[in-house]
Design a protein around this ligand. Structure first.
Ligand code: NAD
Ligand code: 6OD
Length: 486
């Protein structure tokens, strides 16, 4: 059953405050709970608990003990899979089929993969001749960074939070998590799981609230937080980056995108349509890696637009429980208004609306929900704001191109550089284009196909740093060189 009071989790205890904010579900926009907002005092308490835990049993626990606890955590997330699923779908309105396939399994995998990694990844070793004819040995030694502040978005709440917390804990750190104000539930449920499996008090803490003058700001400006990892909008990342500069603290930023898909005429047409339907519309278009600009080689342009339109129009918009649902609502009324303002702007900028462009008719209490139509445009100039700015909704503009050089220039002409999906059967071209795209992640004949050992992150205004695989170990540990003269 869903909790209607959503509390902070500090030092292993569930903590209420005297300030509450509403938790709404986007399918109806109804209030389904009240969230206890953490003030300065609660953030202080959470950071102090996380610092103290570094000195307690967690700090002195040998690696196998830590790994064993994280494996127990994975098992317990899987035991309580249904509760996580219910909580995530209530907060986001996303289809259960999607959350059961991606959000919750990845929530568990993020602990498993990094627990395995800390066991198996070695550090460097060098033998060094010394001037007096003897030898020194050098080896790398990793120690935890300390208390990590984790600031999370709302689009894949458990997945993106554990993507940071998994490696942070595997490396021996402690964390204070600030979930998005829109999606507080699964972070708290994870607190129950931490207690159940015996993760020591203070290792994992959750504080609820907003950004400015609330828990987000209190956490990121807290002098006893040793490093900050953030996922969210670029302009928020810039503020957090400034906060991290005080005290010269490391920061990892995963931020916005305006990703291009490139479809060459030789691509497997059906695969390209299926992949582009997913990259444009899955999670109601609220995936940072999602496609909002589609470039299609001219000989197949008309056919591609028609097929993508047919696919978008076949997608059932509905509630999480309905097995037929292909697309849920946007996260909030505020975000719906933002996406709709871009739908209007597209028309003002001269777009042809191929499909969608508004709000679908929904029955009964769903009328008040945050629904939106999947939308496709053509005909905009490359200078249009709709082509340049991140919308973060289920929409894309499709433009034709004639040459590889032309499409590379257009696709790269953007302030963001997160991801791309390239569809072609020409292997040489696939490598060439992937290498010349100014992005952190280039998929060829696929999209959002993840191996957690690989580097993940954005270039340009999409991010700073890489996480994933050993890159997460780089961020969540302080690597020391030990030099011993023999
Ligand atoms: P957001 O930046 O509005 O909020 C993210 C988090 O930051 C929230 O928890 C929020 O409360 C907090 N926050 C806001 N202002 C703050 C401040 N001044 N100080 C401290 N914390 C503050 O982002 P969002 O709307 O939750 O998420 C959508 C955005 O996230 C999109 O731009 C999307 O592209 C991006 N995103 C990027 C990735 C990636 O991996 N690159 C992944 C998911 C989402
Ligand atoms: O798969 C991941 O590890 C990841 N960070 C995905 C981000 C998706 C953005 O919405």
């Amino acid at each position: 059953m869903l909790a209607n009071k959503i509390l902070n989790f500090i030092n292993g205890e569930f903590v209420a405050t005297d300030k509450w904010f509403e938790n709404r579900t986007p399918t109806t926009n109804a209030v389904i709970g009240q969230v206890a907002e953490a003030g300065k005092a609660e953030v202080d308490a959470a950071v102090a608990a996380a610092r103290a835990a570094l000195q307690g049993p967690w700090g002195s626990m040998p690696l196998p003990g830590r790994v064993e606890l994280l494996e127990a955590l994975v098992a317990e997330i899987n035991n309580r899979f249904e509760e996580f699923l219910e909580a995530e779908c209530a907060d986001t309105g996303k289809p259960r089929s999607l959350a059961a396939h991606i959000d919750i399994p990845r929530g568990a995998a993020n602990f498993k993969v990094f627990a395995d990694m800390v066991k198996n990844v070695p550090t460097e070793f060098f033998e060094t001749p010394t001037p007096d004819g003897r030898t020194a040995i050098n080896y790398g030694y990793r120690r935890p960074v300390g208390v990590i502040g984790v600031i999370c978005p709302w689009n894949l709440p458990l997945l993106l939070m554990t993507w940071k917390v998994g490696p942070a804990l595997a490396c021996g750190n402690t964390v204070v998590v600030k979930p998005s104000e829109e999606t507080p539930r699964t972070a708290v449920l994870l607190g129950e799981v931490m207690n159940k499996v015996g993760i020591p008090k203070g290792v994992y803490n959750v504080v609820h609230g907003f950004g400015p003058d609330s828990a987000g700001e209190f956490l990121t400006t807290h002098p006893h937080v040793d490093a900050i990892t953030f996922t969210g909008e670029t302009r928020t990342g810039e503020i957090i980056s400034k906060a991290a500069a005080i005290g010269s603290r490391p920061v990892s930023l995963e931020m916005g995108g305006k990703n291009a898909a490139i479809i060459f005429a030789d691509a497997d047409f059906d695969a390209a349509i299926e992949g582009t339907l997913r990259s444009c519309f899955v999670n109601c278009g609220q995936v940072c890696l999602g496609t909002e600009r589609v470039y299609v080689e001219r000989p197949i342009f008309e056919k591609f637009v028609a097929a993508l339109k047919a696919g978008a129009e076949q997608m059932k918009i509905g509630v999480p429980e309905d097995k037929e649902t292909g697309m849920g609502p946007l996260i909030s009324k505020e975000h719906q208004a933002k996406v709709l303002s871009y739908y209007q702007l597209a028309v003002e900028e001269g777009a042809t609306v191929v499909t969608g462009g508004g709000v679908p008719d929904m029955p009964g209490e769903l009328k008040d929900g945050c629904w939106i139509q999947p939308t496709i445009w053509t005909g905009l100039p490359e200078t249009a704001r709709v082509i340049k700015e991140e919308i973060f909704g289920p929409c894309c503009h499709i433009a034709p191109f004639d040459t590889e050089e032309e499409v590379l220039q257009k696709a790269n002409d953007n302030q963001y550089g997160l991801a791309t999906a390239i569809w072609t059967r020409d292997v040489s071209r696939a490598h060439r284009v992937a290498q010349r795209m100014e992005v952190g992640l280039a998929w060829v004949n696929s999209w959002f196909l993840r191996d957690l050992r690989t580097p993940f992150g954005g270039s340009k205004q999409s991010g700073i740093g890489r996480e994933g695989g050993v890159h997460s170990l780089e961020f969540y540990t302080e690597l020391k060189n030990v030099c011993i003269k023999l």
